[in-house]
Design a protein around this ligand. Structure first.
Ligand code: FUL
Length: 495
């Protein structure tokens, strides 16, 4: 009896010692993780609205005005409102096709350079209130904003600063007019995610009948600072786009690509009209930039921004759209793809077909992430703490990341796919909340018992998609060879 009692006591004692030891290990591990501080942000960093904007990745542009009916690209400003009559206008047809193509938002030209307003502005007669469309009672801005809300797309506005219709253009009164219109749009149509300020200022125009050339000083005339504060006040969540920011910058071309490198940062003071290397600067950003002003790539699915029947056979192919995707979203920029509705007020079937097939191509290419949950080796991780382990890049959680010690500028991630697979694309994302860091990287694959270089690049930022010639391999190595500060990578995917 004593013997049994003694054995039970011994068992309890061992169990106690075991639990005690486990607890100690847990406390030790969690303390050691806690004691390793996260990397400090390298400034500048995106604000919360910019972070949400990066996640949109791609959205649609809609160019629609009297040009749709005249065949012009830049209306002179003397077009009669009577010509605006999209008899089959259906905003839901636009929005559902745009949504099905995987685009997450829509920006509408509420007023282009011709000055014609797609809403019932109380400050001008040059609008759809004087057109036969819906007996002058229509509001295209409202219909599109409502459709966006109904189908879960964000809505943005384009309001051309240059107005070839207004008699007041180039005079101080026009700035008051412009701001009044901006207020109407910012207050009457629900949440606005982006306000698009165009940089074009051509010169000649109708200007209330004057039919002359009017020049303005682009640096001073618009007094942008005070216009920006109206947007900040009335739509605090909206980001402002222009050649010079303040929140999003133009990518320097309308061809559909951002540079490599593509820094999200730039020095705002260097973005003035007439700057000799402005387009290259906008295309690449500036490694030493002092503001987070990421690039947006605006490009049209057709040769023109507006619909022209004679361009029906010139709609970009799905392959071409895919290339644009790789050279915009795949280089860490956002893509703003223009799809102009036709005279009926509908997206044309050729554009819809191209969008659909492009989406199928994207879905097929990025269908199965071969790296999901796979094991990742590294030569370095921060403070040897699990919190910063390499496996964080394949855990599917965008809030965890791999980081190294502060002094490291050169480190690798080696992803083991478990078995040999065909690899075409490698996706890498930096944890940009802590700033943009990587300056150079190289990709290698394990073939014939050795590492073979397959591609290299410069910046990563929010997302980098690296295309390689299809290769059979079990292991992929990403070597970060130079950085502004220690690498902080949140995600790696392999397709
Ligand atoms: C340019 C404009 O002049 C074009 O007409 C178009 O709107 C494009 C997106 O921006 O500056």
């Amino acid at each position: 009896m004593m013997c049994i009692f003694y054995s039970i006591m011994k068992l309890f004692y061992r169990l106690f010692i075991y639990i005690f030891a486990c607890l100690h290990i847990c406390v030790f591990v969690s303390c050691s993780s806690k004691s390793v501080t996260p990397p400090q942000a390298i400034l500048p960093v995106p604000d919360k609205h910019q972070l949400a904007w990066h996640e949109l990745e791609q959205y649609a542009f809609i160019h629609f005005t009297t040009n749709t009916f005249t065949g012009k690209e830049w209306g002179y400003g003397d077009e009669s409102p009577a010509i605006f009559n999209p008899v089959d206008f259906d905003a839901e047809q636009w929005v559902t096709n745009i949504r099905d193509a995987g685009l997450k938002a829509l920006i509408l030209t509420c007023k282009h350079h011709d000055g014609f307003c797609l809403w019932q502005s109380k400050y001008t007669e040059h609008s759809l209130k004087n057109s036969p469309f819906m007996d002058g009672k229509g509001d295209v801005v409202k219909a599109v904003a409502d459709a966006c809300r109904k189908y879960g797309l964000k809505f943005g506005i384009y309001l051309s600063p240059w107005d070839r219709n207004s008699a007041q253009y180039a005079q101080p009164e026009y700035i008051v007019y412009y701001r009044n219109q901006l207020r109407e749009l910012l207050t009457g149509y629900g949440d606005i995610f982006e306000v698009w300020f165009d940089g074009a200022n051509g010169g000649d125009g109708f200007y209330g009948g004057a039919r002359e050339t009017r020049k303005i000083d682009n640096k001073t005339y618009y007094d942008w600072r005070n216009t920006h504060s109206i947007v900040r006040e009335l739509a605090p969540k909206a980001l402002m786009f222009s050649d010079a920011g303040p929140d999003i910058r133009w990518c320097g071309n309308e061809k559909g690509f951002v540079g490599d490198p593509n820094w999200n940062i730039i020095n705002a003071d260097t973005l003035y009209p007439g700057q000799p290397h402005i387009n290259k600067l906008l295309n690449n950003g500036d490694e030493n930039g002092t503001s987070w002003i990421p690039a947006e790539v605006d490009v049209s699915i057709r040769p023109g921004w507006f619909y022209h029947e004679n361009e029906d056979s010139k709609v970009r192919t799905p392959d071409n759209l895919f290339k644009i995707y790789l050279e915009s979203v795949g280089r860490g920029a956002n893509l703003l793809l223009n799809i102009p509705p036709n005279k009926h007020g509908l997206l044309h079937e050729n554009d819809i077909r191209s969008l659909k097939e492009w989406k199928q191509l994207l879905d097929k290419t990025f269908a199965v992430n071969l790296a999901a949950k796979s094991k990742v080796k590294t030569d370095s991780y921060r403070g040897k703490s699990k919190t910063y382990s390499a496996n964080n890049v394949t855990d599917g959680d965008k809030d965890t990341y791999w980081a190294t010690n502060d002094n490291v500028r050169n480190a690798f991630l080696e992803i083991d796919l478990g078995k040999s697979q065909t690899v075409n694309y490698i996706v890498v994302q930096e944890y940009i909340r802590l700033g943009q860091r990587i300056k150079n990287f190289e990709v290698e694959v394990w073939t014939d018992n050795k590492w073979t270089p397959v591609n290299k690049g410069t910046t990563i930022g929010y997302k980098r998609i690296v295309k390689i010639s299809p290769v059979e391999t079990q292991k992929v190595k990403i070597k970060f060879t130079d950085a502004k500060a220690c690498p902080v990578i949140s995600n790696v995917e392999i397709y």
